[in-house]
Design a protein around this ligand. Structure first.
Ligand SMILES: [Zn+2]
Ligand SMILES: [Zn+2]
Length: 212
């Protein structure tokens, strides 16, 4: 006789009643995750189902940063030397990127900030980072995507030294590809586009391809 399985309180997987009973209503996987993390996951799922993750959070909107390069007119941007082994100019890299179906661009300013770009055929994501000031920002404009990006068009944050993928960018970071390229061109030309808000981002580690 087969026992009627019950749902795990956390992930809704079906488990044997005696396992759920032994684990306080949880499956064998969920019981291994600390309550604090399970709670974060629940809050994330709730925010996702309510569509709250497709627009900047209140925290993010209040964190608008002014890049330190903005007030300077003698800033230069160089290629991240770990990632670009060949002797190329920023202009050459940008021109090449625009002919590619997908890729990344990693730049460093003479003041030590980073401009990291991920792009595919549809979208781009621009990140501005200044470690000294603790700025980890994404470019937000009126054109950022505000409904779920499809998993085949979802962009990944990559390591600037080796290009290896790290975290998935939330949907709201995604811009039309052409705007992402325009932002990089203008920033590297010391002409920061006024339509971009640089928002310090919340924890993005729960984002999965096509989800969040
Ligand atoms: Zn579970
Ligand atoms: Zn690396």
């Amino acid at each position: 006789m087969t026992e009627t399985k019950v749902e795990c309180n956390e992930c809704h997987a079906l488990v044997l009643p005696k396992i759920a009973a032994a684990n306080g209503g949880l499956c064998a996987q969920c019981v291994k995750i600390p309550e604090k993390l399970r709670q974060e996951r629940r809050e994330y799922d709730k925010a996702l189902s309510q569509g709250l993750l497709f627009v900047p959070s209140k925290n993010e909107l209040e964190s608008t940063q002014t890049p330190i390069e903005r007030a300077q007119n003698n800033v230069s941007w160089e290629l991240e030397p770990e990632f670009y082994k060949q002797q190329l100019s920023v202009m050459q890299v940008l021109k090449h990127a625009k002919s590619e179906a997908l890729g990344h661009i990693f730049l460093i300013s003479s003041l030590g900030s980073r401009l990291n770009v991920a792009f595919n055929g549809l979208y781009g994501v621009c990140e501005y980072q200044n470690e000294e000031n603790g700025f980890f920002c994404y470019a937000y404009t009126a054109d950022n995507l505000n409904s779920q990006v499809g998993d085949n068009a979802h962009l990944v944050q990559a390591c600037p030294c080796c290009g290896v993928g790290m975290l998935w960018y939330p949907t709201r970071f995604h811009l039309p590809r052409s705007i992402a390229f325009e932002i990089v061109e203008r920033v590297t030309g010391n002409d920061w586009p006024p339509y971009v808000k640089w928002l310090e981002y919340d924890d993005i580690s729960y984002t999965e391809p096509g989800r969040g």
